[in-house]
Design a protein around this ligand. Structure first.
Ligand SMILES: Cc1cc2nc3c(=O)[nH]c(=O)nc-3n(C[C@H](O)[C@H](O)[C@H](O)COP(=O)(O)OP(=O)(O)OC[C@H]3O[C@@H](n4cnc5c(N)ncnc54)[C@H](O)[C@@H]3O)c2cc1C
Length: 393
């Protein structure tokens, strides 16, 4: 194994998912000598950032996410310009709910207060615009007009390409095995040893495994998500393939879980519709458990589809797997390690972090180099949890 060489980095980032890649990109833009480490050969589909699409929206219950999304939209556009790749398609984001649903009311109030372009849709308008999507009496709909689809894998590729063009170094296929804190942090991987003034840990569902030896026990749960794709019963008949935008459904069909969907992109003719939740699973065992996916999840989705989008076949045509890493309040963790200020943590993106990654990366890069924070980080601090510090193993 190589010993620490002459090269000392300003910053090392662990994990080349969307959060680590955006952090590395911002650091390189700030002219910091940056190393991005990834355990798997890139690209890979073992974490949370793979697949072609993610929803982008300002429709949030919390003001602080809506506020962060303003800059996110600008940074996504900047990334499109710099890379020359189309990364966003505006479709609008429909929010569907049972009338009186608390989350729905908060989302509408937030959009109204923040002057986000949105509209409330009557049953007649819904029928006209989205034939093939059937709401029941007592169910309501609104639209976040500038919501849409982000092209996830293209975005990852663009970021990593630009990072390298700015002089950043990516070492993939190198798993971080040990971190030695100190004024200069030493990181040992499966094939080398590196040193840096600052370290950012964005290890997705592996965050807990990387942090535990640093004495930090965060209340993170890793969930295996069934990503389901659905086919029209009679191709072209329902009109749903042409008309369906991105959507979120709160408390529909008697379900507490949110349901969400995106237009056909991954597979021609198939629409992605999933539950915003899943069963706890270790990321190392995600695909072992996938051989026996949680049928209950899929049965509930089938029932949702039969009732609301009956033009789709109620059995998924494709089921894939992805991981969520959830915090108890589903807000992110963006903070310093409580004992080692030059170690920064980005974790717990709770199934909604992709769209926010441009600003997450900016925040983590600012924390790493000790710059003034652009955002109030109160909702994201580790101190909101009880006793996260454990004796280091
Ligand atoms: C099915 C699904 C749908 C989603 N839909 C949306 C959506 O519509 N909109 C939205 O905004 N968000 C969505 N999300 C959430 C979003 O995709 C995630 O929040 C985001 O991808 C998390 O990125 P990450 O970089 O934290 O994690 P990851 O992408 O998992 O990256 C972490 C990386 O760290 C690496 N790593 C871990 N340990 C080590 C180690 N020891 N050494 C080196 N490397 C290591 C891993 O290999 C991995 O590549 C969805 C997520 C899923 C799963």
């Amino acid at each position: 194994m190589a010993l620490p060489g002459d090269t000392k980095y300003d910053c090392i980032v662990i994990g080349a998912g969307i959060q680590g890649s955006f952090t590395a990109y911002h650091l390189a833009k700030l002219r910091k000598k940056t190393l991005l480490l990834e355990q798997f050969p890139l690209p890979h589909s073992r974490g949370s950032s793979h697949g072609q699409t993610r929803i982008i929206r300002r429709a949030y219950e919390e003001h602080f996410y809506t506020h962060m999304m303003e800059e996110c939209y600008q940074l996504w556009t900047e990334l499109e310009k710099e890379s020359g790749a189309q990364l966003f398609r505006k479709t609008g984001l429909l929010v569907l709910a049972k009338a009186g649903n608390e989350e729905y009311e908060k989302v509408c109030k937030n959009m109204l207060e923040n002057q986000i372009p949105w509209e409330s849709l009557s049953p007649a308008e819904m029928k006209l615009r989205y034939p093939g999507l059937f709401l029941s009496p007592g169910e309501v709909a609104c639209c976040d007009i500038n919501g849409g689809v982000l092209f996830a894998e293209k975005a990852l590729r663009a970021l990593q390409m630009l990072f390298k063009q700015m002089g950043g170094i990516i070492r993939d296929g190198e798993k971080v095995m040990h971190i030695k804190p100190g004024p200069v942090v030493t990181v040992t991987t499966t094939s080398s040893i590196y040193q840096a003034d600052g370290l950012v840990i964005t290890a997705g569902p592996w965050a807990q495994k990387v942090l535990r030896p640093l004495g930090l026990q965060l209340p993170l749960k890793t969930l295996r998500i069934n990503v389901c794709y659905w086919r029209e019963k009679i191709p072209g008949k329902s009109g749903i393939l042409q008309s369906l935008p991105c959507f979120l459904g709160f408390n529909l069909n008697g379900e507490e879980h949110e349901v969400y969907g995106l237009p056909s992109q991954e597979y021609p003719g198939l629409i992605k519709i999933c539950f915003h939740g899943g069963n706890e699973a270790d990321p190392e065992e995600r695909d072992l458990k996938a051989q026996n996916p949680n049928i209950q999840d899929i049965e509930k989705l089938s029932s949702f589809i039969s009732r609301y989008i009956p033009g789709l076949h109620p059995k998924p045509a494709v089921v894939e797997q992805c991981m969520y890493t959830n915090t108890p309040d589903t807000n992110f963790i963006l903070d310093h390690h409580p004992l080692h200020k030059n170690i920064v943590i980005g974790a717990g993106f709770s199934g909604h972090g992709f769209k926010l990654s441009p600003v997450v990366g900016k925040i983590l890069s600012e924390l790493c180099i000790g710059e003034k924070q652009s955002y109030d980080l109160k909702p994201f601090r580790i101190s909101r949890f009880k006793t996260p510090l454990k004796a280091a193993l």
